[in-house]
Write a protein that binds this ligand. Structure first.
Ligand code: ZN
Length: 598
């Protein structure tokens, strides 16, 4: 715990710039103290905290964690009025520096907001730094004070140091507000390592690592990922950043990442970290490498090449685009593919990962309801706010977007081209800046001489099946069709940790016809008497016990608990879903390698 003094002067500010001083006020109360100094305020100075953080498309209203906000000039309090949920206005004298102090509660275990406890501190500028109207495009300085209670803490951020001590605490600079809030800050007694790729400096820090953690292996694998991606986008050139920071928080259970212009904040399961003495890559570690690859790919695809609608962020409301199928979906396609090219997974393992994505999409009825362009546009209200009906009316722009990339890549390869060329072409065509869907069509036309409008329109703007089977088969992949799990055949999504809990009832399935409902607990089944068998009833704990207890019965009664009421619902098993699940295998090694190795 550390009670830092409120800064009441502009001392320490870099002259002329908007200055934020961040102090650890109290780790037990999870409080940061933030002091904003505006050297030349407006007379009615508006200050706003973002309601969202770029890269995570949900209105989160970070101002709900702010309190004790005050304004001063020359030591005297100034009138400050809250105008709306995230805006304040100060009646300020224009000829004197304005100082605004506030406290921010930071206890959200995610990459999107802020965290502070006795073990570590983390924040995004969107959670701590007020946007001062009229000052957005001015230089911004961020001063972070080392907590006296934690002398062993270090600090890492992607921002450029102006004046920092050997622990990394001190003052950092940003060209404008946008750069300031695009660089999260991590503090603590973390593990840290570094490497260089094509003239750029990379740092990897890990908070929460267990003693078994093999940091050298994580560094070596990350370096290979970065080398592969820099070569993918830039050939022999340099990455579009001088320095880059990976900041990873290892926890018991968690997963996520958020991309920034020269850094990324990641969360993974502690057990997924590589361990000393272990040479093989666990599935969990491959998932972590895929996440690292995904977020680093965003350095080009969404942080620089980006939707035209994101040319200038509005931090006060939803910023919609129909293009997340490209920026998230294509990034999802390349994250694992580039692990394969970096030599970290083989073709068989890559196909298993692709297989999972295909089955996820094919088992989602919403793929025939919502297009990926709509899914992108509605990310704020649908993808980021899922409920039990989501699989019926939505499709993920991540997974289906990755399959659109797959279809495009395999289609292009038929004529000797590749999606790699399209990506690099777009990077040049859009000058590493705002992009529209028409640019994709123009680039495809420039590359192949063909008009791709009808095909791309069908894949992106319509809720149709993609031509996966023909394209995969033509590229050396054999598709084996299996009978899916019982939940899918019945038209259900369930959890089975304590009996069968129904999460979603899929449209058109027999569970829906029988009247089952999300939230129900499926307790067991009753079978009527028939040829030599007495009527009976069985308790079920998992749906795959169904054939054991139902035998060859065509009809049965499901015993359901709904809000403490016991219901008996007749189920007609003759209507089981005939959909299959796919298993991909290599039928032509040469063709598959030609695709995967670029
Ligand atoms: Zn992403």
């Amino acid at each position: 715990m550390s009670a830092a003094e409120t800064a009441k002067t502009a001392k320490g500010s870099v002259s002329g710039s908007v200055h934020y001083r961040v102090e650890v006020l109290d780790t037990h109360r999870h409080l940061f103290q933030v002091t904003l100094t505006l050297p030349a305020p407006q007379s009615r100075q508006r200050l706003q905290l973002p309601v969202w953080i770029p890269g995570s498309y949900l209105v989160r209203e970070f101002a709900r964690h702010v309190h004790a906000i005050r304004a001063h000039q020359r030591g005297r309090s100034r009138p400050l009025t809250q105008v709306d949920k995230c805006t304040w206005e100060v009646d300020a004298r224009v000829d004197e520096p304005l100082i605004v102090t506030m406290q921010v509660h930071a206890h959200d275990a995610s990459v999107r907001t802020a965290w502070l406890d006795s073990q570590r501190g983390f924040f995004n500028g969107t959670s701590l730094c007020l946007q001062a109207h009229g000052h957005t495009h001015l230089p911004h300085a961020l001063e972070v004070v080392r907590p006296t209670s934690h002398p062993d803490w270090q600090l890492a951020t992607g921002l450029t140091a102006f004046k920092a001590d050997r622990h990394g605490f001190g003052t950092y600079l940003a060209d404008d507000y946008h750069e300031l809030v695009d660089a999260p800050v991590e503090m603590g007694a973390f593990w840290s390592g570094q490497f260089k790729v094509a003239g750029s400096d990379y740092r990897f820090i890990v908070a929460g690592a267990p003693p078994s953690f093999d940091g050298e292996r994580l560094l070596a694998d990350t370096r290979r990922i970065c080398e592969t991606q820099v070569r993918f986008w830039q050939g022999r050139g340099q990455a579009p950043h001088r320095q880059y920071v990976f900041m990873l928080w290892a926890v018991t259970d968690g997963y996520g990442g958020l991309e920034h212009r020269n850094s990324t904040a990641l969360i993974c399961k502690r057990e997924d970290l590589p361990r000393t003495g272990q040479n093989t890559a666990s599935d969990g570690y491959v998932t972590l490498l895929g996440l690292i690859s995904h977020e680093y790919f965003h350095t080009w695809n969404v942080k620089r090449l980006r939707p035209a609608e994101f040319a200038n962020y509005d931090y006060q409301r939803e910023n919609t685009t129909e293009l997340l199928w490209f920026f998230e979906g294509f990034t999802s396609y390349y994250d694992d593919l580039l692990l394969c090219r970096a030599g970290q997974i083989d073709a068989a393992r890559y196909l298993r990962l692709m297989n999972k994505t295909i089955n996820q999409v094919m088992q989602t009825p919403g793929r025939l309801v919502q297009s990926v362009a709509q899914s992108s546009f509605e990310a704020w209200t649908k993808y980021y706010r899922p409920d039990d009906n989501s699989p019926n009316i939505t499709v993920s722009y991540y997974t289906k977007g990755a399959l659109v990339a797959l279809c495009l890549d395999l289609s292009l390869r038929a004529s000797g081209h590749s999606l790699d060329q399209v990506m690099r072409g777009l990077w040049k065509r859009c000058a590493a800046g705002p992009m529209r869907e028409q640019d994709v069509l123009d680039e495809l036309h420039a590359l192949t001489g063909e008009d791709w409008h009808a095909r791309l329109h069908g894949w992106v703007h319509q809720a149709n099946e993609l031509p996966l089977k023909e394209l995969l088969t033509a590229n050396g992949v054999k598709i084996i069709e299996d009978t899916p799990a019982w939940a899918q055949r019945l038209g259900l999504r369930v959890t089975e940790t304590h009996g069968i809990q129904i999460k979603t009832v899929l449209h058109g399935g027999i569970a829906q016809q029988a009247g089952l409902c999300a939230g129900d607990q499926w307790l067991g089944i009753e079978l009527p008497a028939s040829r030599g068998r007495q009527a009976c009833a069985w308790r079920l704990m998992r749906l795959d016990e169904l054939p054991l207890y139902a035998g060859s019965a065509q009809r049965l009664t499901a015993l359901i608990e709904r809000d403490r009421q016991l219901l008996r619902l007749p189920v007609d098993l003759r209507g089981l879903s005939q959909e299959t699940t796919w298993r991909l295998s290599i039928s032509d090694e040469r063709r598959v390698q030609a695709w995967l190795q670029g």
